[in-house]
Design a protein. Sequence first.
Length: 279
Amino acid sequence: MLAVIGGSGLYRVKGLEILEEIEVKTPFGEPSSPIVKARYGDYTLFFLARHGKNHQYPPHRVPYRANLWALKELGIKYVIGVNAVGGINRFLRPGDFVIVDQFVDFTKGRTYTFYEGKFSPPCEGKDKYGKLLSQKKVVHIDVTEPFCPTLRGILKEVLTRKGFSHHFGGTYVATEGPRLETPAEIKMFALLGCDVVGMTMVPEVVLAKELEMHYAGLCVVTNPAAGLKGEKLTSEEVINLMKQKEEQIKEVILQTAEKVYNHPNWECGCEDSLRGAEV
C-alpha cells in the first residue's frame, strides 16, 4: 500500500473517499497526526500530515520515528514524501518539481535510527523490525541509493506525461530549522553540489530505509534560496506557492498510485535494505 507524507490538504481530492482516520501508538510515541485512510477507485491510499493537522510540529520536532513506524504497522510499503524546498541550483525555478536522488545532512539534534542498541525502547512487535528493537540491536544501513529508483522512475513518468516542469535527479541538503538558511550557508551548500534545501526529508528517508520501505521525495521549489534573489524570504511565499501547486501535486499522487499498484517489477532492493546491516 502507498502512503503520502506531506501537508494536511493533500487528501482533499475530488473522487477520493475518506474511509477513516487511524490513530496508531508506537514504541516511539504518537505520530504527528492520525493517519487518513482513503479510497480512490480500486486503490487504497494513506495520508499523514508531517507537521500535524494545524502545523503544530516545527521541522526539528516532527516525530519522524513514530510517523514511519506507524505507517509500517499499517502495512505500508511505498511512501512519497512531499517537500517544499528552496532552489540552490540556478536552473531551478519556483514551481518546478524535483525528484531528488541524493541528500546531504546538516541537521543537528534529531534521532536518525530506530535501532539504538541498549537505548532502544521496549517493543512487543513480532516482525523482524520489532525483534531488532526488542533484542536491542544496532544496524548500519547503507544509503548509497537512499531513494527508491523504481518509485522515482514512476514519478518521472507521471510528471513527464502530465507535462509538469520537473528535474530528475538532484541533491537535497537538510538543515535543522526552523530558521531559514543564511546566504553564506547557501553558498557553502552550492559548493558542495547541493541543488535544493529543506528541513524535513532527513531523517525521514533514512528511517524508511531502515524499515525496508520504498521511499521517494517529491520536492516542489517554492523560492530561490537565501541570497539568490536579493530579497527577504518569507513563510508566506512558501505557503502561497504550495497552494498554487496543490492540484498538480494531487494529480501526480493519484496517477502515481495507479502505477505503483500495477507495477510488475520491484527489484530495486529496498525490501532487502537490512541485509548485512545488523551488528
